[in-house]
Ligand binder design. Structure first.
Ligand code: ZN
Length: 391
């Protein structure tokens, strides 16, 4: 097995608090790291680095763990730029536009869907994302939902069954009949391809009882729960997530004091998706209140063709700092280790000896530049499973 030493790293961010400066980011100044095969074999200060087969001098740049994007909707066809333009001209966002994407996705061939997901996963990789969760939710039949999950499974093990994204038009008069489908034959078709079950618990989508039914059926089938909660207004989504021990409640834009306490006490990660507020010109979630209350916060893109079509984790970090008052350190932790927590993973989102060598070299001396220099191509190179894939 060949080894590669990356030396002369200005800031080596490990996201392991026992490393380096002892902060949550575990920064090693003047750091070095040895990749052996797919894993990190050693990390520490350059002065103490062991010999390796190959040596790369990093020129005092910052190196961070690969981003963990724990919330995306990449299996879709078509695009909705006209709807976006109308929204920017004053039409408010509603859940109705999802139907447009459902029609396009059903009409697409398997090859078209695979090509589309591949393009977006590559786009994410170029921006430093080495782990991504991908949901279904634009098929809304047993056949099309299981097809979406089998496509997603070609790119990630973090696949999420979201048959309960919205009630399709053919069930407009019988939403409970649709829940029966989602918890019955559609679940049977999807469970072999999914790790997670998710539900859009929101006015205009699914209420608390329906959400509970969807999640409990998924859990009985061996899937783990996560919830789209409290995005467009106050609602029961967060409480349902806490009650069922979901890994994550996603969006969390409108929270009561009870919701915040519930997240903290149940250990449910609050996954914030600031690209959505940016793209829908909506108020941002109160991230400070969550962090200051002891809730674990993750940042993710929610990349989808309707409410937020950006795949950029660096943009999420910049928005979290500029608009949600996180420190740059909190934002980076939430986009890496926080995302890993939202997926209940300890093998990604941090750099540790024995862990996967998923890492990103920035064209910058400090990770703070992720927020300080928004919109620039700041990712210089990316390694995934020890292999240089970008740069
Ligand atoms: Zn979403």
């Amino acid at each position: 097995m060949t080894s590669t030493l990356l030396r002369g790293i200005g800031e080596l961010v490990t996201c392991s608090s026992e490393m380096g400066d002892g902060s949550a980011l575990g920064v090693v100044h003047g750091g070095a790291l040895v990749i052996e095969g797919e894993r990190v074999a050693w990390l520490g200060e350059t002065a103490h680095a062991p010999a390796a087969d190959a040596v790369l001098d990093m020129g005092a740049c910052a190196v961070i763990p690969g981003f963990v994007d724990s919330h995306s909707h990449l299996v879709f066809a078509g695009e909705r730029s006209a709807e976006f333009a109308a929204r920017m001209a004053g039409t408010p966002y509603s859940t109705g536009g999802i139907q447009t994407t459902v029609s396009a996705t059903r009409a697409a061939t398997d090859e078209q869907l695979v090509a589309q997901v591949s393009r977006h996963v590559q786009e994410m990789l170029r921006q430093g994302t080495t782990t991504v969760e991908i949901k279904s939710g634009y098929g809304l039949t047993a056949l099309h939902e299981s097809r979406a999950l089998s496509v997603a499974g070609q790119f990630t093990s973090e696949t999420t069954y979201l048959g309960a994204h919205v009630v399709p038009p053919e069930y407009a008069d019988d939403p409970d009949g649709y829940v029966d489908l989602v918890t019955g034959p559609m679940l049977d078709a999807c469970r072999p391809h999914a790790r997670w079950v998710d539900v859009f618990c929101e006015r205009g989508a699914f209420d608390a009882d329906q959400a509970r039914a969807v999640l409990q059926a998924g859990m009985s089938a061996g899937l783990s729960p996560r919830v789209h909660a409290n995005q467009l207004g106050p609602g029961p989504g967060v409480q349902v997530a806490c009650e069922l021990g979901a890994a994550s409640a996603d969006h969390c834009t409108y929270l009561s004091d009870e919701d915040v306490a519930g997240l903290r006490d149940a250990g449910v990660v609050a996954t914030l998706l600031p690209g959505v507020e940016f793209s829908t010109r909506s108020p941002y979630p109160d991230a400070r209140r969550l962090i200051d209350s002891g809730v674990t916060v993750a940042l993710a893109t929610d990349c989808n063709p309707g409410s937020g079509y950006s795949s950029s984790m660096p943009l999420c970090v910049a928005l979290a700092v500029r608009e949600m008052h996180l420190t740059a350190a909190e934002a980076l932790w939430s986009a890496t280790a926080g995302g890993a927590a939202a997926l209940r993973r300890s093998d990604v989102g941090r750099l540790a000896v024995g862990g996967w060598a998923d890492l990103v070299a920035l064209d910058a001396p400090s990770y703070v530049h992720l927020a300080y220099r928004p919109g620039v191509p700041i990712v210089a190179s990316v390694w995934r499973r020890g292999r240089p894939v970008i740069g």
